[in-house]
Design a protein around this ligand. Structure first.
Ligand code: UN1
Length: 499
């Protein structure tokens, strides 16, 4: 499928995609695939105003009826899964299987949100006063601003939107300027679903396309009480204080520096498969990508050569081809950052295999790389930075407590895993003395989290939670109500106030 076939299948307006002012390049070959139209800075205020009116209307639609919209949207996604998955591949370069997986993740969160629309439960709390009842209810909060990154151009928006919408909110989405077409495609499918119902307010979901400038207008707008932002720690460090300044709420999902510990009792075949998917999947451009590996000294000589061998069998190339496992990096900047990180590792005594640029003859304007493995010397601290590229740093360890400490001793705290068949080790790793990350897995890798759990991490990862479990509470305001059904007016704490 070429670009115009994919656009056609998704019903995108081909004319509009030829006359925009934001060129969009496919990382597959560097070719321009379309032009998107940037949102003018001076129209952001109006977009937010429209979102606010949509919210005022939507908040009183019963939640299960809001769920009906998300059910129809999920069906649209099912219908268009293959085309949207291919568009994800075309625009961000992840392999087709992963593009399809991303759309599946959207479908899954829609199903979750439909169920949730009948389960936005509150609490009834015992009052200390006779004839009184305290209830805690969850109310819609207002427009939710969503900022998403190039690497998950559609799923991250869906996690936020499906949940925010059943919670009674409108949404305004600022996608990465590298992936605006997938955003337009999602918005189109959302509007199609909305048009099948007669109670959906206009402007319930809107998209703003552009650079950080328009994003900042959204972030600084006090009519948007929640900003959910996914991206680098650097982005979060800017967005967090801007929103805090106006006492807004953020849901931040920022960088990771995710590690796998491989213990002596591990099933090595399973571990190798998990490491491969985690480290080279999406060409190392997931926030949950496996970046560090701690291997016990007793199995190091078994695991590391076997892992290197598997790396040699990885097909690198056009991500639209079925056999490819590693597609391109998003662009030259990522390639340069990768080379810089490798130089640094080498200067610190790391032994590098892989890491070279490949396919330069056939794809001179694209950046394909051999995933790199770096065997690192023993160190007090492991690598501290997240480089958004397929680099796996390997360290040898001898006792688990030290490995856990090294794993935790980084600024980020998103995902982590241990491979072990030892119950004590597994329990320690997932205990209060274990991994300090938001995700702590046993015998599966660091990436590819399911939507059912709350997704996010601690420290510089930002602390936000999206997707499943009770992450929905981040998109609502909590209301505590004390109801007096007696004919007395007793004060709390037994205070007498006679007049
Ligand atoms: C991201 O990289 O921003 O766990 C999100 C995973 C995915 C989500 C990653 N479900 O890999």
């Amino acid at each position: 499928m070429n670009a115009s076939e994919i656009f056609g299948q998704l019903g995108l307006d081909l004319n509009a995609l030829e006359n925009g002012d934001l060129p969009v390049f496919s990382p597959i070959d560097g070719a321009e695939i379309a032009t998107a139209t940037m949102t003018q800075s001076d129209s952001v205020a109006e977009i937010v105003a429209n979102s606010k009116s949509a919210f005022r209307n939507w908040r009183s639609v019963p939640a299960p009826k809001r769920g009906e919209l998300i059910r129809l949207f999920g069906n649209k996604l099912r219908e268009h899964k293959s085309a949207l998955g291919a568009l994800v591949t075309l625009e961000c370069g992840k392999i087709l299987q992963e593009g399809l997986g991303e759309v599946q993740e959207m479908i899954d969160i829609c199903d979750f949100a439909v169920g949730l629309s009948r389960q936005l439960y509150g609490l009834v709390i015992a009052s200390e006063r006779e004839g009184h009842r305290i209830t805690e209810t969850w109310q819609p909060i207002g427009p939710v601003g969503i900022i998403s990154a190039f690497n998950f151009p559609v799923a991250v928006w869906a996690w936020n939107t499906a949940i925010a919408v059943v919670c009674g909110n409108s949404v305004v989405w600022k996608p990465s300027e590298k992936t605006p077409i997938t955003a337009l495609a999602c918005q189109k499918l959302f509007l199609e679903a909305a048009s099948e119902l007669d109670y959906i307010p206009e402007h319930l979901s809107q998209v703003i396309i552009g650079s950080t400038e328009v994003g900042e207008l959204l972030v600084n707008d006090s009519r948007v009480p929640v900003i959910s932002a996914t991206g680098s720690c650097a982005m979060g460090r800017k967005v967090g204080p801007m929103v805090a300044q106006r006492f807004g709420r953020t849901i931040l999902e920022l960088g990771g520096n995710n590690a796998i510990i491989v213990a002596p009792s591990a099933d090595l075949d399973m571990a190798i498969r998990a490491i491969l998917f985690g480290a080279v999947g999406t060409a190392g451009q997931r926030c949950t990508s496996t970046r560090r590996l701690f291997v016990h000294e007793d199995i190091y000589e078994q695991l590391v050569p076997a892992l290197k061998k598997s790396y040699q069998g990885i097909a690198i190339g056009n991500p639209l081809e079925q056999s490819t496992l590693v597609g391109p990096l998003i662009g030259e900047q990522s390639y340069l950052a990768m080379q810089q990180a490798l130089e640094k590792a080498s200067s610190e005594g790391g032994i590098i295999s892989g890491g070279q640029r490949v396919l330069t003859d056939s794809h001179p304007n694209a950046f394909y790389v051999e995933p790199a493995i770096v065997e690192m010397p023993p160190a007090e601290r492991s690598v501290q930075e997240e480089t958004f590229a397929p680099i796996l740093y390997i360290y040898k360890y001898s006792d688990l407590e030290t490995a856990i400490e090294l794993q935790n001793n980084v600024p980020q705290g998103l995902s982590s895993a241990i491979f072990t068949n030892d119950l004590r080790e597994a329990a320690l790793f997932t205990s209060e003395c274990g991994s300090d990350c938001g995700l702590a897995n046993v015998n599966i890798g660091t990436s590819g989290a399911e939507i059912g759990g709350a997704f996010g991490g601690e420290k510089e990862t930002g602390g936000g939670r999206e997707s499943g479990s009770d992450a929905w509470k981040g998109y609502m305001r909590r209301s505590t109500s004390t109801l007096n059904y007696s004919s007395e007016l007793p004060l709390a704490q037994g205070i007498e106030f006679n007049f």
